[in-house]
Design a binder for this molecule. Structure first.
Ligand code: NAG
Ligand code: NAG
Ligand code: NAG
Length: 483
């Protein structure tokens, strides 16, 4: 029964929302995490120039998304009006500029009477708001959940409130990526894919790896009855929240773990690598949250790792799932500490394995092929346990610090050396086994040597692509692509 359900879910690449967008998780930048309400047309254009010159656009980050605080009430006809100080030339002008540079333009509103920062909201104004965004050539809507006037508390109420905007966007005839920001409320993971391209699974992320905070209220992040999703949710809190329903993401509709904090300063390098790796592997949209105009070379070399992004943009569109969790490890001053192992299928019978060490010390972590393929068949019964794989480390070929410095300084001799997905989409690169997408070969596993082992730094990950050598055994959940 469950098997049949999975087959049905993954057998076609048409999504329920049916606007043709987000066939892989969307990528881009959003100003909120670093700049909040400090928005302007200059910010968007300056940011776009750096996204272009640093190669980030061509590695995949092509949506420039403006968050809250851009509007100035409504005009006499009831249409939203941009703030003339922040956007003196209007939104159509901004959209044109971004399109000229090859970007897509995202905007923000809330399914409430006000937005979260108390600007005009879109509740009961859906048609006019969608109409004006389409007239401005907007390509993306992040749709928040503040001031909804009590219209929540039961899935169908939230569904209807968000569906009104889905219908209004559709009626414009312009494909507009629809990103729900309803904080995981009202079981959005059970209905989001019917009307939207992504849906947030938790309260807002904050720039900490695992510190519990009263503002991210749910003590047990797996509690489905959590009533206050909150605003200070750590990386580990969000990972644990999505763990029970990672399989809900599919072509055209994805679990959204919230925008990236990479480069904001609250986490160390290993923590940011872990954050980025898990977001990629869980098939979350990847929206950079840092201020791109002040990008450090270290931040650049996390965000631009094509071997990790290729996992996020993998043509099979399947998330990793948790295969192991151990909470009996060294705890830190917040009482937090655990280790997890995640595994999931990649296109063409490769497999992704992630060791996530959230314990308060460096650890050696181990798994076996039997466990890596446990979701294909328990206790070594999966046919894949008899296949041979090469093991590739997806962080081994991270861009060198020196190279990143040169790129950020605008030294063009480095410009063409990195992965360019505008030129070679990830699917094509993977089909050609482009070494930049595979990382570095560090060993092999198979029926004779079926143990995978790695030293994993505190609050870090090791991320491995198991590359099929024997052609690959069939899986129960195939896509049309593979048949
Ligand atoms: C509107 O919805 C219809 C029916 O699902 C779909 O075929 C069409 O592509 C959608 N149009 C846009 C612009 O999203
Ligand atoms: C990537 O390829 C596109 C298309 O060929 C090209 O216009 C662009 O300049 C390239 N980007 C970089 C960073 O080299
Ligand atoms: C397994 O990988 C090889 C390259 O190593 C590839 O040629 C082959 O198509 C893959 N097998 C399947 C079933 O996709």
């Amino acid at each position: 029964m469950l098997l049949l359900l999975f087959q049905a879910l993954f057998s076609k690449s048409v999504s329920a929302v049916n606007n043709g967008l987000a066939q892989t998780p969307q990528m881009g930048w959003n100003n909120w995490n670093s700049l909040g309400c400090d928005v302007s047309q200059d910010l968007l254009l300056d940011t776009s120039r750096v996204l272009l010159s640093s190669g980030l656009k061509d590695v995949g980050y092509n949506y420039v998304v403006l968050d809250d605080c851009w509007s100035d009430g409504r005009d006499n006809d009831g249409y939203l009006r941009p703030d003339a100080t922040k956007f003196p030339r209007g939104m159509k002008w901004v959209a044109d500029k971004l399109h000229d540079m090859g970007f897509l333009f995202g905007m923000y509103s809330s399914a409430g009477e006000l937005t979260c920062a108390r600007y005009e909201g879109s509740l009961d104004h859906e048609e006019k708001d969608a109409e004006i965004w389409a007239a401005w050539d907007v390509d993306y809507l992040k749709y928040d959940n503040c001031y909804h006037m009590g219209r929540f508390g039961y899935p169908e109420i939230s569904f209807n409130r968000y569906n009104n905007m889905a219908k209004a966007l559709n009626a414009t005839g312009r494909p507009i990526l629809y990103s729900l920001c309803s904080w995981g409320e009202d079981y959005v993971h059970t209905w989001g894919m019917s009307i939207a391209n992504s849906w947030r699974v938790s309260g807002d992320i904050y720039d900490h790896f695992n510190r519990p905070d009263a503002l991210c209220a749910c003590d047990d992040p797996r509690d489905p009855h959590c009533v206050a999703p909150g605003t200070h949710c750590s990386v580990m809190n969000i990972i644990n929240k999505v763990a029970p329903y990672v399989d809900r993401g599919q072509f055209g509709g994805w679990n959204d773990l919230d925008m990236l904090e990479v480069g904001q300063g609250g986490m160390d390098d290993e923590e940011y690598k872990a954050h980025f790796s898990m977001w990629a592997a869980l098939k979350s949209p990847l929206l950079i949250g840092a201020d791109i105009r002040r990008l450090s070379s270290k931040t650049l070399t996390i965000l631009n790792n094509p071997a990790v992004i290729a996992v996020n943009q993998d043509p099979l569109g399947r998330s990793v799932a948790q295969i192991y969790r151990d909470q009996h490890v060294k705890k830190d001053k917040y009482g937090q500490g655990e280790t997890q192992i995640w595994s999931g299928p990649l296109w063409r019978h490769d497999q992704l394995v992630i060791f996530l060490n959230a314990a308060d010390e460096d650890l050696e972590m181990t798994t076996t092929l039997n466990d890596v393929f446990i979701h294909e068949g328990p206790e070594g019964s999966a046919p894949q346990t008899r296949d041979e794989f090469d093991v590739y480390d997806l962080w081994a070929d991270r861009m060198e610090h020196h190279t990143a410095e040169q790129v950020l300084a605008g030294n063009h001799q480095y410009k063409n050396s990195w992965y360019n997905s505008t030129q070679t989409p990830y699917k094509e690169g993977l089909a050609k086994a482009d070494p930049r997408l595979l990382g570095k070969r560090v060993g092999s596993v198979g029926p004779k040597h079926n143990v995978l082992r790695a030293n994993v730094p505190r609050h870090g990950v090791r991320m491995f692509r198991l590359r099929n050598l024997t052609g690959g055994s069939p899986r129960y959940a195939m896509t049309k692509d593979e048949l």
